[in-house]
Design a protein around this ligand. Sequence first.
Ligand code: 6GU
Length: 249
Amino acid sequence: MRLDVVTIFPEYLEPLNVSLVGKARARGQLDVRVHDLRTWTHDRHHTVDDTPYGGGPGMVMKPEPWGEALDEILASGAPDQDEPVLVVPTPSGRPFTQALAVELAAAPWLVFTPARYEGIDRRVVEEYGSRLDVREVSIGDYVLAGGEAPVLVMVEAVARLLPGVLGNAESHRDDSFAPGSMAGLLEGPVYTKPPQWRGREIPEVLVSGHHGRIARWRRDQALARTSTHRPDLIEACDPVGLDAHDRAT
Ligand code: 6GU
């Protein structure tokens, strides 16, 4: 998979050299290209922003550098390369979910346009929306100063879904939010050695050797955790995925 990121803070994307994503790059599974938007400015001050039409606080990112950057990046695709999906991080976007991560992981090429200030001149999304699959995406209901941290979040969520990136393909299956995992419940607690730590024991069932009882216990834990932290997910959950005793409350 190829990933391009256009930003005025290329150094903010340095974490893409580390850990899971960094290793996927080193193995050649991910081709990540980070670009400085100011490369596509032509004035002495490398201006990327201007005051908003209609007035109001803050600044808006000018369309011309984005247009030149995206045209050049789109033209850099190999002749046989499909068009990229353009991912535009914005707090006013559609929610980024595991389902969207799965969808993006199936694309051969993603281009991210993290903005600063009050965002990018609307005409940029209109222009590329007429030629490409453009996704305006928010990572949650809070406001960040820019889209770079959301790009790190989205790239990590997508990269770990690519074949061969996670060591063990099984590790996806029970992910919280994975469709078909514990009927969309949050994951319960996990334990490792030592069996006693500061006087605290591990749950006896986990060393019972009884796989059925362990699976049952994990499901109950997942359900309890979901009820506490995300009751909305219980409401949304497929009742077919719940047992009679889960519904009894
Ligand atoms: Cl994608 N960008 C910004 N600036 N803030 C956000 C966000 C994105 N998602 C949640 N908050």
